[in-house]
Ligand binder design. Sequence first.
Ligand code: HEC
Ligand code: HEC
Length: 467
Amino acid sequence: MKAYDLRRWASLTGLIILLSACETPTPPASEPPPPPPKQVGDPLVIKGRELFFKETFNGNGRTCGTCHREDHNLTIDAAFIATLPKNDPLFVAEYNPALAKNFENPKLMREFGLILENQDGPDTFNMRSVLHVFAQRVTIASNPNNRFHCFSDTHCPRTGWSGDGAPGTQDLKAFATGAVIQHFTKSLNRKAGVDFRLPTEEELIAMEAYQLSEGRQEELQLPLPLKSLVAAKGQEIFNSPTQGKCSFCHFNAGANVGPRSPLGQGNLNFNTGVEDLPDQPEDLAGEPNNHDDGLGTPGDGAFNTPSLVEAADTGPFFHNHSVATIEGAVAFYNGDAFNNSTAGQAIRGGASKAINLDATQVVSVAAFLRVINALHNIDELDDMLGAVARNEYLDGEHPEHVIKRSLNDIDDVIMVLAGGSLHPDAVSDFKETRALVEEAVQYPSRRIKLAARAQKVIARAKSRIVS
Ligand code: HEC
Ligand code: HEC
């Protein structure tokens, strides 16, 4: 190499070293690590959360969090499944010979995120998507008139996609016991004490408390003063008794019928015809399609109304993940499957079709669902970043973990808003928030200050979405 080249090379590498030094600033050695976080919160919820995500009940290695992922909105889908290692206990049917047959359907699990459930007994099964367990406090109380058979003080909740609940008291405690027997077993004998151990009453109470603490504790009050013109229009159509008619069943975009609804009260079941859609996951995969018959044995074809506030970032949609996008899920209500269904006919009135939205209207209603989901994530983020800024455990979770986990919700807001071309200004705020949080993850010494700053940026983003 000539002297000239050497000099040039040396100055270039110098420049590169200088540049890379600028990109990754190292904190001065004097920056002290944050003091130990404060333990706050309800001990029962803390215990319940620990059990939900860590306890295997001496079974096949799964926990409740194997399917209700804490870093994926307490649910799971095919895209997330694709990121898991082969030995994740979700895939136990693929590596444990005793569970190779009739326990899961690995093809439908990996392609569509579906889980096998034996609601109607061991000889028959349904393929269902994993419900998130957010907002249970306001989304599962059944019609009080139907509670004659209900012995529990938790309002005989309608849990699961068909609202069957679980044998016994039907409540969240019974559901957890049912989930252990269904999903945690080491063999299809499902023998308590051999294939798994049953949760104790104390454990059930703690897990119930944790689940009830997750997500919204109250209903939205619609209409919201939304700033996006498209989303505001969507809200109007959603609530209109002649256009969207959505609020007949999803009052305040939740899971209940309206207080003066002729349909009844609480979280009701309807046959909306999802099972009559063409090209369902089972059909496409060439797998046996049992045609899920909904509530009861034999079923009445009815499914339980889910809340929509949490919908936009927990797709694909419906009990069998048959529709991938939120726009598609809204458009479902225009199709023959819904309009010919029992529920569709019941709300048809004098019109030829119960619901008949045009393309702009479908997109507006979906925009509304996107925006209320973004607001839900903002509330969750405010809780998380607030706990980090105060240097507190969040239901037993260390701030170091909470700050990392907040990245998921930040990415969700960006995806949900940008995916609908909504609020580009708020999307920029969330990109800024992401950078702050990434820095906080990398440099624990700055975590408290950066979380407080991120909280402010999020408040600014919120003010762009709703007045
Ligand atoms: C293998 C995956 C898997 C595991 C593990 C799992 N679940 Fe679920 N969970 C599901 C699926 C699928 C559904 C929907 C079931 C249905 O429609 O009946 C569901 C639904 C629920 C619901 C109903 C929510 C609602 O809004 O109606 C609750 C509550 C719940 N699970 C709690 C638990 C608890 C507690 C555990 C641990 C003891 C657990 N789950 C373990 C897959 C799983
Ligand atoms: C007659 C009652 C009823 C009406 C009216 C209704 N829904 Fe639903 N909705 C349901 C039920 C029941 C389900 C669950 C169906 C299933 O999975 O089989 C559901 C599911 C959904 C889902 C999927 C949520 C998820 O997390 O997978 C979306 C999105 C949705 N509805 C949006 C709407 C919109 C938008 C309207 C108005 C255009 C509307 N719904 C009108 C009862 C209703």
